[in-house]
Design a protein around this ligand. Structure first.
Ligand code: NDP
Ligand code: GDR
Length: 376
């Protein structure tokens, strides 16, 4: 067991929660930065929570923000981390078109602030740094599959901000000798995925529609193709990158690609529903064309002929990333990393989770209480 100390920004997010779990299981003392919020925002890590009034805690949370350099410097000075994982970000690509300056401030300059905090605390020889880079940096892809050598062409304020963060991480490695690496991670999902990313929106939305809690699921571009893996596998790769003898950037991906449409069909099939599509562009709809035995077994109320899915052009992006497919050969060879969860198993796990959640909502509704109506 290790007695290392890690600091995680974005610990309340999908990856932060899985990484905190992994590091605690390895004996780390884990510090995390959470944002002040008017409501509790630690749902994903509540199972790891340790009472601050009891001595010997191994999970310690600090209030902070990537836009606040003084705060980051104080926390780094206090924690003296062996490893820093910079997972905090405004991570939604579509939202980055609405809030480009904020996205740049958090995702690009936030990374610089954190690197500078390590340097100004004199920790560049001690602290290893992981940057959450993204396949979105490839954007308009110029080579398939994408590797560490593929040129970047980001297509959103998010992608551009992440590219700055990527290069400033390289620069601190080259200029100051920091053990600083970027994981160029392709999309990774789980039942802990934020509800407005497409996979979770689909599994949650279809489960709710299937049980009559929501009338219809609205989506944007069904043709986009992504390389989807499981977040638990991907945080393991993040940790492995900081355990190497030499700092190096790695692509992390499954090497398999599916369209949003295929994801929807697979999720519907999990619920015992066969979907057929008709119409074009904004008029396209997805209708129940058949029910399998599973739909009866699971008490699914959606019937043949019912429209489950409609297109809402609001979800089309001003500039889209049409296709991403990663080649993680270098990570396989040097980190000994490989994904362990298939596309089908990922969809199964997410649908099962969201169906169970929808059933709980059904009980609440049937008891006469209001259910959550948010489904953006
Ligand atoms: P999430 O959106 O689930 O989590 C983002 C985290 O960042 C949350 O804890 C959030 O806090 C925090 N955060 C947001 N703004 C700030 C801020 N101003 N200061 C401090 N913290 C902030 O993302 P994921 O867990 O999915 O992703 C983790 C990282 O990996 C992100 O940087 C993302 O861009 C990157 N990435 C993700 C991929 C994926 O497919 N998941 C692929 C490639 C890269 P709060 O909970 O309060 O909102
Ligand atoms: P992405 O993930 O943009 O790849 O970024 P997202 O799930 O948001 O979109 C994937 C694709 O699905 C299309 N799409 C929709 N997307 C959303 N969110 N909502 C919809 O209704 C919808 N309909 C179709 C999108 O247009 C897109 O093509 C994620 C984030 O986790 C980033 O932080 C990370 O860096 C990248 O993955 C790799």
């Amino acid at each position: 067991m290790s007695t290392k100390t890690a600091l995680i920004t974005g610990i309340t997010g999908q990856d932060g929660a899985y990484l905190a779990e992994l590091l605690l299981s390895k004996g780390y003392i884990v510090h995390g930065i959470k944002r002040r919020s008017s409501l509790f925002n630690t749902d994903r890590i509540d199972h790891l929570y340790q009472d601050p009034h009891v001595d010997g805690r191994r999970l310690i949370l600090h209030y902070g923000d990537l836009t606040d350099a003084a705060n980051l410097t104080r926390i780094v000075a206090e924690v003296q981390p062996d490893e820093v994982y910079n997972l905090g970000a405004q991570s939604h690509v579509a939202v980055s078109f609405e809030a480009p300056e904020y996205t740049a401030n958090v995702d690009a300059l936030g990374t610089l602030r954190l690197l500078e905090a390590i340097r100004s605390c004199g920790l560049q020889a001690k602290t290893r740094f992981y940057q959450a880079s993204s396949s979105e940096m490839f954007g308009l892809v110029q080579q398939t599959p994408q590797t560490e050598q593929t040129p970047f062409h980001p297509r959103s304020p998010y992608g551009v901000a992440k590219l700055y963060a990527h290069w400033i991480t390289v620069n601190y490695r080259e200029a100051w000798g920091l053990f600083a690496v970027s994981g160029i991670l392709f999309n990774h999902e789980s039942p802990q995925r934020g509800e407005t990313f497409v996979t979770r929106k689909v599994t949650r939305g279809l489960a709710r529609v299937a049980l009559g809690l929501q009338e219809c699921l609205y989506l944007g571009n069904l043709e986009a193709r992504r390389d989807w893996g499981h977040a638990r596998d991907y945080v393991h790769a993040q940790w492995l990158m900081l355990q190497q003898a030499q700092p190096r950037d790695y692509v992390i991906a499954t090497g398999h690609q599916h369209s949003v449409r295929e994801f929807v069909q697979q999720a519907a099939a999990e619920l015992g529903l066969v979907l057929s599509f008709s119409g074009h562009g904004p008029d396209e709809v997805g209708t129940v064309a058949g029910r399998t035995a599973r739909a009866d077994e699971w008490g699914i109320t959606a019937q043949v002929g019912q429209v489950l899915l409609r297109i809402d052009p609001r979800y089309w992006r001003p500039a889209e990333v049409d296709t991403l497919l990663g080649d993680a050969s270098l990570a396989r060879a040097e980190l000994g990393w490989a994904p362990s969860v298939s596309f089908e198993a990922l969809v199964t796990e997410m649908v099962a989770h969201d169906l169970a959640q929808a059933r709980r909502e059904q009980v609440v509704r049937d008891a006469g209480f209001t259910v959550n109506r948010r489904f953006e």
